[in-house]
Design a protein around this ligand. Structure first.
Ligand SMILES: Cc1cc2nc3c(=O)[nH]c(=O)nc-3n(C[C@H](O)[C@H](O)[C@H](O)COP(=O)(O)OP(=O)(O)OC[C@H]3O[C@@H](n4cnc5c(N)ncnc54)[C@H](O)[C@@H]3O)c2cc1C
Ligand code: SF4
Ligand code: SF4
Length: 436
């Protein structure tokens, strides 16, 4: 069972036998990115919304070993790698937990509407718009609320600034960003991806097999990610107000302020709001997907630029100053960042450092230090774990005490043995995604 590396190298080889799709899902490794569907032969895989509120792939015909090996090579549940060293300059800052950084600042979108509508400070939206206006790419691949079912999230191709802005804001539920990624490569046009770190991991994995990825995907930008929740989490918000999904015209998780309100609007003109704190007040009801609990790179080392929240007062009020942490990871990302600042698309408020990031994102630091032991615990329980390289997981774990690592490892082992890190077999609630 392949597990983990020391610092920048890999310690073991990837698994000899590829996992089936159902093994990936049932062992809690799938995040529902959709890339397996995109690279499989047509009709071989479909995505379903499960009763738990997760988008999951189901093989509708037997996949041969070659197809499964290809899926295992690209799936962000089975293979996860950090930044290739060649993409980082000698001058880059380096931190065991946070990885490489060419530049670390607090900043935001310069355009007031973008920073208001955006999730934190609108940095990702401003970068997406700048990529289009500067002619660097033809379109942005990201996500946005579904027009017909606004609590659901769909992948979006944005060819202009207005469309990029429509996708602004965090979508906390399931989001199959890569469900037609192969078709997007077939377009043969330069584009940028704005997505979760695991989505970027998936396409970086695919780049090893398909040279069109590096040819056409010019930039990959990510947000620092605490985890994707089940759709059931959003459904609980509806229950709170006695609403059903088919009544909705808007379901905005946040944005329109930093973080802004979770706002719901209905066809008959009613509006409902709860604060970010109310949405997330009870950790037992976060309903974060299993893959997220063992995420080795929720901080987007794999991206050219990773963007985080930056709540300087220790947590979000309802309306904080629009602001992001901006971690420029690669040489390519630095060139883009400098050009966006120079063109007036981004504002830098001030430099920051790894110590401040760790204060602002203490949950990410805890997770980075815990993942190595959690994966060990799962492996000891006989469960498959992802093959991870270049993410310094062991070094992160060494910042924990032996007792802490033992507690994490034993906890994961015991939960894995009880099946609590896995998922039920993927089954549809009854509607195949994409059906009208
Ligand atoms: C599930 C989730 C968990 C998060 N956890 C953290 C955290 O722990 N710490 C932290 O600092 N920040 C976290 N964020 C990120 C934070 O909410 C902001 O999105 C981030 O700081 C970028 O802000 P922005 O103003 O630049 O984003 P915006 O300018 O609003 O742009 C956001 C971009 O992200 C894309 N996007 C939104 N949701 C998704 C999704 N589910 N999948 C793929 N792409 C998506 C949008 O299409 C848009 O292009 C999380 C976001 C999400 C969606
Ligand atoms: S994480 Fe993505 S590629 Fe892996 S099984 Fe799930 S949907 Fe498929
Ligand atoms: S925590 Fe990791 S696996 Fe979960 S959504 Fe975020 S990047 Fe993906």
């Amino acid at each position: 069972m392949g597990i983990i590396e020391a610092s920048r190298t890999q310690a073991t080889a990837p698994r000899a036998d590829p996992l089936s799709l159902s093994e990936i899902v049932e062992n809690g490794l799938c995040i529902g990115c959709g890339l397996c569907l995109s690279i499989a032969v047509p009709e071989a895989v479909e995505m379903v919304m499960t009763p738990e509120g997760r988008e999951r792939p189901v093989a509708s015909q037997a996949l041969d070993r070659e197809a499964l090996a290809r899926i295992n090579a690209v799936c962000p549940g089975t293979r996860i790698a950090g930044t290739p060293p060649a993409q980082v300059s000698q001058a880059a800052l380096m931190d065991t937990v946070w990885g490489p950084a060419e530049r670390l600042v607090l900043g935001r979108a310069a355009e007031p509407t973008v920073r208001f509508v955006g999730s934190g400070g609108g940095t990702l939206t401003a970068l997406g718009q700048f990529l289009l206006s500067s002619g660097r790419v033809k379109f942005i691949l990201h996500v946005a609320a579904s027009q017909s079912m606004p609590m659901r999230t769909e992948r979006r191709l944005s060819f202009d600034a207005a469309s990029v802005l429509e996708g602004a804001g965090s979508r906390y539920g399931p989001a199959a960003t890569l469900v037609d990624f192969n078709d997007i490569l077939d377009r043969g046009e330069p584009f940028a991806l704005i997505a979760k770190p695991c989505d970027v991991t998936a396409v970086r994995n695919l780049a090893r097999l398909d040279r069109r990825v590096d040819e056409h995907m010019r930039y990959a930008l990510a947000f620092v990610c605490g985890g994707a929740s089940d759709l059931t989490k959003s459904e609980q918000v509806l229950q709170r107000f006695g609403l059903s999904e088919d009544e909705l015209t808007l379901f905005r998780y946040r944005g329109h302020g930093n973080p802004g309100l979770n706002r719901i609007e209905t066809r008959d003109g009613r509006a409902f709001e709860i604060s970010y704190r109310q949405l997330w007040e009870d950790e037992d009801k976060w309903m974060i997907q299993p893959r997220c609990k063992i995420c080795p790179d929720a901080i987007g080392q794999v991206a050219d630029i990773a963007v985080s929240d930056a709540w300087l007062n220790g947590g979000p009020a309802v309306e904080d100053e629009p602001l992001n942490g901006i971690i420029v990871r690669t040489k390519r990302g630095l060139e883009l960042f400098d050009a966006a600042v120079e063109a007036g698309a981004l504002q830098v408020r001030r430099e920051t450092g790894f110590a401040e990031l760790s204060e602002l994102q203490s949950h990410q630091v805890r997770k980075r230090r815990a993942v190595w032991a959690r994966l060990k615990g799962m492996a000891i329980a006989g469960k498959p774990v992802p093959f991870v390289t270049d993410l310094a997981l062991r070094d992160c774990a060494s910042q924990n005490s032996l007792a802490e690592n033992l507690a994490e490892g034993r906890g994961a082992r015991d939960r894995a043995r009880r099946g609590r890190l896995g998922e039920p077999p993927a089954a549809s609630r009854g509607t195949v995604l994409g059906d009208p």
